[in-house]
Design a protein around this ligand. Sequence first.
Ligand SMILES: Cc1cc2nc3c(=O)[nH]c(=O)nc-3n(C[C@H](O)[C@H](O)[C@H](O)COP(=O)(O)O)c2cc1C
Length: 387
Amino acid sequence: MPVITNIADLKDLHRRRTPKMFYDYAESGSYTEQTFRENTTDFEKLRLRQKVAVDMSGRTTESEMIGRKVAMPVALAPVGLTGMQRADGEIKAARAAEKFGVPFTLSTMSICSIEDVAAHTTKPFWFQLYVMRDWEFVEAILERARKAGCDALVLTLDLQILGQRHKDLKNGLSAPPKMTLPTMINLATKWQWGLEMLATKRRFFGNIVGHAKGVGDASSLFSWTAEQFDPKLDWDKIARIRDMWGGKLILKGVLDEEDARICADFGADALIVSNHGGRQLDGALSSIRMLPRIVRAVGKDIEVHMDSGIRSGQDVLKALALGAKGTYIGRAFIYGLGAMGEEGVTKALEVIQKELDISMALCGERDVKELRHENLLVPADFEGDWV
Ligand SMILES: Cc1cc2nc3c(=O)[nH]c(=O)nc-3n(C[C@H](O)[C@H](O)[C@H](O)COP(=O)(O)O)c2cc1C
């Protein structure tokens, strides 16, 4: 059993144990990957303010996200094709999250279906929706999520059209993988992945196959999704979805103060400052840079969450100190899953919680809910003078 001390260790194991096509799918941003890179390097520009001779006993990382108690304010972000990183990946990640006490968000584009995840977990999870043109499909999937007990809807707003990720095109990404010669050669070195995949029936998009009209096999599915994302999504349609759902609503993919204001006036429970992990608009600013101005603009009126670029507990601390009430990890838990399955997701959460707890203590803080701007040293030009 390798000694895992940080998220980078899990990433290294993920790369070695998972087919290249799926590792690359996770580890890529769109076009030049500038935004993908800056999501992490901008966190490094923020420094922590050390405080000494402060009582550090009785610390807690517990908090709340949209009224739900969490062991730490770090949810698992929706990640499509999680069940291709490791067999039954969504079920494994959801189980790790519920045991740890943090929310799990199931992607529309998951391999395990909503019903399947519900059958293998005991607590409600969150469901992420991509809005499709087929309104009947949207209505039906919301009904399925409600029946499965999902207690929040995460509506993704930044993917009406797919940002191009070069590696996916070059690798011929598909689920399950097509057996080309390079893929077969690569798979020969990933025997554990292959054995587990052979032992499961969950190899297609479980929320879609058998539910959407005209989708029979994987190849028609890829073209179906490309054609089906609704390019006409606007605030009227979002209002219709809000009313159809009727429960807690989180709007994901906001990177602009004006959009954030609309989300707040809209009556959503939270918004997520996010650039989709650098996978959509290459050239957009990092989420952590945009966070302070969005918190200033709407933080009093709506819960502000953030994701994109979090790879450590120190990153979580920085986001909370800049005013986020909750954060999400995407790749950090996927590395854990690809490395060691459910155990690896738990490990990723443990690593982050320990880093958060120790860094918080060394900043002289005992309660994660008390973190604030003064815990940071922020360079004068951090937010930049963009016009
Ligand atoms: C491989 C991969 C697949 C993703 N699939 C989805 C998805 O299906 N729905 C969605 O709303 N966001 C999706 N995202 C974006 C994540 O929810 C999240 O915003 C992002 O991963 C955060 O950045 P991080 O990976 O740096 O933590 C995906 C991200 C990755 C890396």
